[in-house]
Design a binder for this molecule. Structure first.
Ligand code: PLP
Length: 365
């Protein structure tokens, strides 16, 4: 790790691979002999077109994205897509309704936003069990006349992650903001996937949308141009000025992943990292993870200590060892360890060691 850099376990914007930062630094003042920074490149220039094309082809390779899917880049974050999804897709069926699987605050927010533009069926909601599980498939009944079914693959605040994809006769929309590219995924099972880059695949400012071509239809009439899948698809995401620098960082992250061995290798590392932390939790009475074992996130490991004073102390002592941003989301408290792709195995093991040490020092007899 470079001098003076801390171990950043933030949930997002999160750490970025050090090699990516170094390459961006090297190229910051003069990108490939152009005498200019990427920050200063016209989005209509050949150089930027090259960055965009490479980002798309690298992502296609990483995820094995079939030819009948388009890759689009939007601004507005995941929250922008909460509106874009219903605006673009509610009209796919005459019912103008959509099914929402609510497993945490992000899918809850998405459902609330969608209700502004059409009818929302909440097909299941795990609020009663405090968002600690992915309900099994037989607990939710999808409506065959809905325009789409929506789910959040990884609930970042509650640390709940779908371990498997599911089948459906209506198009599936997936918010993958916080586990995008962390594991293998069958894109052909999805109608639309979107992910804000700042959690696991770059920096804030760009949101990737992967969409099956036959779902790109005329959106609801009130749709803002900057959220129209149709206009962005027709203009290869260059209808207006795209977030050029975040797209460049995403391109570097995709290349970093390909060099590492792609998603099978990344998934293997992520399994090992999350296991290191969950093993400490499960072998103790000191730490407690509220999430059901089969629903636990590999990306955001949440847990509690016996009381909030100890949690405060835990955060302080971790900070002294340069391990930062371990606090749980402000709405739930506790501890949250975000183990995105860019967090290497070594600091993860350091954290697990620290957890054991802290427990030995503070556990009550
Ligand atoms: C962070 C997050 C969002 C919201 O993203 P913004 O870019 O802040 O709008 C949506 N969904 C998930 C799963 C997230 O983790």
């Amino acid at each position: 790790m470079g001098q003076d850099r801390v171990y950043n376990f933030a949930a997002g914007p999160a750490c970025i691979p050090e090699n990516v930062l170094k390459q961006a630094q090297e190229e910051l003042l003069n990108y490939r002999g152009s005498g200019r920074s990427v920050l200063e490149l016209s989005h209509r220039s050949k150089l930027f077109e090259g960055i965009l094309a490479d980002a798309q082809s690298s992502l296609r390779k990483l995820l094995n994205i079939p030819d009948n899917y388009k890759i689009l880049f939007f601004q507005g974050g995941g929250t922008g897509q909460f509106a874009a999804v219903p605006l673009n897709l509610m009209g796919l069926s005459p019912s103008k309704s959509a099914d929402y699987i609510v497993t945490g605050n992000w899918s809850q927010k998405a459902a609330e936003e969608a209700a502004k533009y059409g009818k929302v069926n909440i097909v299941c909601d795990t609020k009663a069990t405090k968002y600690t599980e992915v309900p099994s498939r037989d607990q939710w009944k999808l409506n065959p006349d809905a325009s789409y079914v929506y789910y959040c693959a990884n609930e970042t605040v509650y640390g709940v992650e779908f371990q498997e994809q599911f089948d459906s006769t209506i198009p599936i929309v997936c918010d993958a903001s916080s586990n995008f590219l962390s594991r293998q995924l069958d894109v052909s099972k999805l109608g639309v996937l979107y992910a804000g880059a700042q959690k696991n695949s770059g920096t804030s400012g760009v949101t990737v949308v992967i969409i099956r071509e036959d779902l790109i239809k005329t959106p609801l009439p009130e749709t803002p141009t900057v959220l129209s899948y149709k206009i962005f698809a027709e203009n290869n995401s260059l209808y207006n000025t795209p977030p050029t620098y975040p797209i460049y960082i995403a391109q570097l992250v995709y290349r970093w992943l390909l060099d590492l061995g792609g998603l099978p290798e990344m998934e293997r590392i992520n399994v090992e990292k999350s296991k290191a932390v969950y093993d400490v939790i499960d072998s103790s009475d000191f730490y407690r993870c509220p999430v059901k074992k089969d629903s636990r996130s590999r990306m955001n490991v949440v847990f509690r200590l016996p009381d909030t004073d100890l949690e405060k102390k835990f955060l302080e002592e971790a900070g002294k060892r340069n391990m930062v941003e371990l606090n749980g989301h402000r709405s739930v408290g506790g501890i949250r360890v975000s183990l995105y792709n860019s967090m290497p195995l070594e600091p993860t093991n350091m954290l697990a060691d620290f957890m054991r040490e802290f427990m030995d020092k503070h556990k009550r007899e």
